[in-house]
Design a protein. Structure first.
Length: 293
């Protein structure tokens, strides 16, 4: 009896020891994983020296390859970084939009570092819930459609530059572009559009990315002139095919041999055709003489 109790006690101690060892290993593995995945907070100054100072200078005062960043503010830095326009591999007349090079933490650190160069426009807070899309549409067509197209697909500008499409731009970046005026775009500050008007434009621009099409296919949303051209071209094509089908040459019936005589009125000088062969006709019946008595 004592031996059996001792055996079960040993088993229980082994189970408890195994559970404790497993818990310790789990805690150790979790700590190692956290230590491997965590990293120190990004240093905006170091990131700037690595990726920006070559063109903009170590103090952000600019060089012959890049403009000064003093006073551009957080909005300009955030817009350029989050749309992938910065950093550039080489100076260009217009920085194109491309995949973002930094993660969110690095962007926040870089924006804070650039904003410290001097006062400038802050990152706007966009409120789409209170925005008026009808008002935004009116303001957009009056101030933005000339360059970005009525459908927001962009358009060509002078000197080889272009107004980019707005269909894949986030709400905050749209508001930032209005406040800083990147490239040839004019600056729409609070003296031009207040926050409500700017939010209304942003809401309308986001609507242009996925507009309703109650009349059918939007044909890419390229605007009324290209859509009208496609409609005219398609309509003319259908009409040409229809006219070709109506005026096509019909297949004639094969010529069959004529079994009768010649076609047309009879020729008086022509000899009548011989009668077809057949049994001889019976001679006329001779009248018998009448006997007179």
């Amino acid at each position: 009896m004592t031996t059996r109790r001792g055996r079960w006690r040993g088993v229980a101690l082994a189970v408890v020891a195994s559970v404790g060892l497993a818990g310790a290993l789990l805690a150790l593995g979790t700590g190692v994983a956290k230590a491997q995945t965590s990293r120190p907070a990004p240093d905006g100054a170091r990131l700037f020296l690595t990726g920006c100072a070559t063109c903009h200078g170590a103090e952000g005062l600019g060089t012959e390859d890049g403009p000064s960043l003093v006073g551009v503010g957080a909005a300009a830095a955030d817009f350029m970084l989050r749309t992938g326009r910065m950093p550039l591999a080489a100076p260009t007349p217009q920085a194109p939009s491309k995949p973002v090079a930094y993660d969110d933490a690095d962007i926040v650190a870089l924006v804070a570092h650039v904003a410290a160069f001097g006062d400038g426009p802050a990152i706007p807070e966009v409120d789409l819930d209170t925005a008026d899309m009808v008002l935004g549409g009116e303001l957009y067509r009056a101030n933005c459609a000339a360059c970005h197209n009525a459908a927001g697909i962009g358009g060509a500008l002078s000197y080889g530059r272009e107004a980019p499409s707005l269909h894949h731009v986030g709400p905050v970046q749209i508001a930032e572009a209005m406040r800083i005026g990147p490239g040839q775009m004019p600056v729409f500050d609070n003296a031009t559009f207040d926050d409500h008007q700017a939010d209304s434009i942003v809401k309308y621009v986001r609507y242009l990315a996925e507009p309703e099409s109650p009349g059918g296919s939007a044909l890419g949303g390229a605007g009324p002139i290209p859509e009208g051209f496609v409609a005219v071209l398609g309509g003319l094509g259908v009409l040409i095919l229809l006219a070709r089908w109506i005026t096509r040459e019909r297949e004639e019936d094969p010529v069959r041999p004529y079994a009768g005589g010649p076609v047309g009125p009879p020729d008086p000088d022509a000899t009548a055709p011989a009668a077809p062969a057949g049994p001889p006709a019976a001679p006329p019946h001779a009248e018998e003489p009448i006997a007179h008595g």
